[in-house]
Design a protein around this ligand. Structure first.
Ligand code: FNR
Length: 191
């Protein structure tokens, strides 16, 4: 069955390199993978006081959307050597209330993106640290640190570098293979 892959982008700006790379990844996903972009920009900041009988509608919708997916692909920039606050907030929202985390057990892929040369190594690794507590297995290889992002994309967001395009396609194929291996009991693709 088709694998439902949530895509979370850790940048909210319209011209985000990370979003362009995420779209390029989705465009190269195998036919048996459906990429579903789930937006995180309108999620109110996590506050336990609001998480009672009637949590904010945006939290409810976000949690429901993740629950419909088999795995999560994170495509994120680096802010101050860590993940942007919007992405951390989405992880926090999805992780609660206790015992009801929508992320628990979901396999994850990580692609970090930066216009600088280091390829957002810090955010890539910081994100993986949260996976330990969230109990999310993460694909280890291939790793994806997309540096020099501005030079890899044209005005319309198309990947201009052939090596990068091939790398992104290979990453998606590898991610699907790994997800199906690590999580054969996925909610929608094991039938
Ligand atoms: C940055 N940027 C940045 N880049 C980086 O490689 N390492 C870093 O630690 C930081 N820190 C940082 C903090 C803040 C608050 C901002 C706004 C930016 C630069 C960042 O990589 C650049 O703005 C990217 O274009 C952001 O990604 P998107 O929005 O293009 O996906």
């Amino acid at each position: 069955a088709v694998l439902q892959l949530a895509v979370l982008v850790g940048s909210l700006r319209a011209q985000s390199f990370s979003r362009k790379i995420a779209k390029a990844l989705a465009a190269r996903a195998p036919d048996s993978v459906r990429c579903r972009f789930i937006e995180i920009g309108e999620l109110p900041l996590y506050n336990e006081d609001l998480d009672g009988e009637s949590p904010p509608a945006a939290w409810w919708a976000f949690r429901a959307a993740i629950r419909e997916c088999d795995a999560v692909l994170f495509v994120t920039p680096e802010y101050n050597r860590s993940i942007p606050g919007c992405l951390k907030n989405a992880l926090d929202v999805g992780s609660r209330p206790p015992g009801k985390s929508v992320f628990k057990g979901l396999p994850a892929g990580v692609v970090s993106v930066s216009p600088s040369k280091i390829g957002a190594f810090g955010s890539n690794q910081a994100l993986r640290q949260t996976f330990v507590f969230l109990d999310m297995p993460a694909m280890q290889q291939p790793e994806a640190y997309i540096g020099n992002a501005a030079e890899l994309l044209d005005d319309k967001g198309a990947v201009t570098n052939a090596d990068t395009a091939a790398f992104l396609e290979n990453f998606m194929a590898g991610l699907e293979t790994w997800i199906r291996r690590v999580h054969p009991g996925g909610s929608s693709f094991d039938a």
